[in-house]
Design a protein around this ligand. Structure first.
Ligand SMILES: *Cc1c(COP(=O)(O)O)cnc(C)c1O
Length: 224
């Protein structure tokens, strides 16, 4: 794809989003030039999935970019991540949450995170099982966090052409978010529901997504 297409595709995606929905431009595997073009077209929220790719991009891009991390967080990379990104969307275990909290406390910052819920039928995807997630909030374990703000949930739908299945997955994520909010009534600012990617973000919006994570529809196909 031509570099000149990024701004036009970004604009086309933006036009489909209701006011107030956050668009995270998923720039993984794309060069800094592509990110710059999106930035110049007004994009400020970018999402990356690998720490070793994220860090040089943070250095190369303007300081007012809001970085989201959406990849699997390896324990040995967590230290490089905490305090460097506005939002870690892919917290997939209590152990990782505990580690992030400890690192954030050490750094003297508050790390904003989303908990990743696994509702898809594919077992390649990571995340908390819905029951484990509800259990975490019923136990009130989040009250022990010192330096972490749980802002909501992130999830993915099953990778399928079956739109009924995709819609059902997004409906499940939405229900989970609402159930947690009703359970943990003292939890403040638990309102983000990050769901939907290039091929399914329209369905996600219909089910109440407050953030969509769109990569290839903006930047073109990835060159792995
Ligand atoms: C890569 C990725 C996306 C974006 O996928 P596209 O199909 O390119 O829009 C969204 N969310 C997560 C967690 C990803 O890893």
């Amino acid at each position: 794809m031509t570099a000149g297409g990024t701004a036009a595709r970004l604009d086309a995606v933006r036009r489909t989003l209701p006011a107030g929905v956050v668009l995270a431009a998923v720039s993984k595997f794309h060069p800094v030039e592509a990110l710059r073009e999106a930035y110049e077209a007004g994009q400020r929220v970018f999402a990356e999935s690998r720490v070793q790719e994220l860090l040089p991009k943070i250095e190369a891009m303007p300081a007012d970019v809001e970085w989201h991390f959406i990849g699997h967080v390896q324990r040995n990379k967590a230290k490089a991540l905490v305090g460097r990104v506005a939002l870690i969307e892919s917290i997939d275990s209590e152990a990782l949450l505990g580690l992030v909290d400890r690192l954030a406390a050490e750094r003297g910052t508050v790390q904003r995170v989303l908990l990743e819920a696994h509702v898809a039928a594919d077992d390649t995807k990571s995340g908390f099982a819905p029951e484990a997630l509800l259990d975490y909030f019923r136990r009130g374990a989040y009250r022990e966090l010192r330096a972490t703000h749980i802002c909501g949930l992130m999830g993915m739908a099953t990778n399928t052409d079956d739109t009924a299945r995709i819609s059902a997955d997004f409906a499940t994520l939405r229900r989970l978010r609402d159930e947690i909010a009703a359970t943990a009534t003292d939890l403040r600012g638990f309102d983000t529901l990050s769901m939907g990617m290039s091929d399914d973000y329209r369905e996600a919006l219909a089910h109440g997504a407050t953030e969509v994570r769109v990569g290839s529809a903006i930047f073109g196909p990835r060159d792995y």
